[in-house]
Design a protein. Structure first.
Length: 93
């Protein structure tokens, strides 16, 4: 009985360790969900709706939260950075 409990403990421990390692590998991946905004830096956009400090914009097949100056609809903007999952934008000339 002691052997069975030891074996079960090792199997469970190994399973949890492998799950932890897989999650860490995904977080370090350059294509991880929390890093996807970095590929949009430098991209020029035209606002479809006005923003007042913060707002939303559709980019590709995803809705992104954006932060930047107060801008009307139709303003030309450029993505200048990423803060977590928020795109930072600024008006272009």
């Amino acid at each position: 009985m002691t052997w069975f409990i030891s074996f079960a403990g090792c199997v469970i421990g190994l399973y949890l360790w492998l799950q932890y390692r897989r999650r860490q590998r995904e977080l370090r991946s350059p294509t991880a969900a929390h890093r996807l905004g970095a590929k949009h830096i430098g991209q020029a956009l035209i606002l479809e709706t006005p923003i007042n400090g913060t707002g939303n914009i559709r980019l590709g097949n995803r809705q992104w939260e954006v932060r930047g100056p107060n801008l009307p609809a139709g303003a030309k903007v450029r993505v200048t950075g990423v803060d977590g999952t928020v795109l930072l934008i600024d008006r272009t000339a």
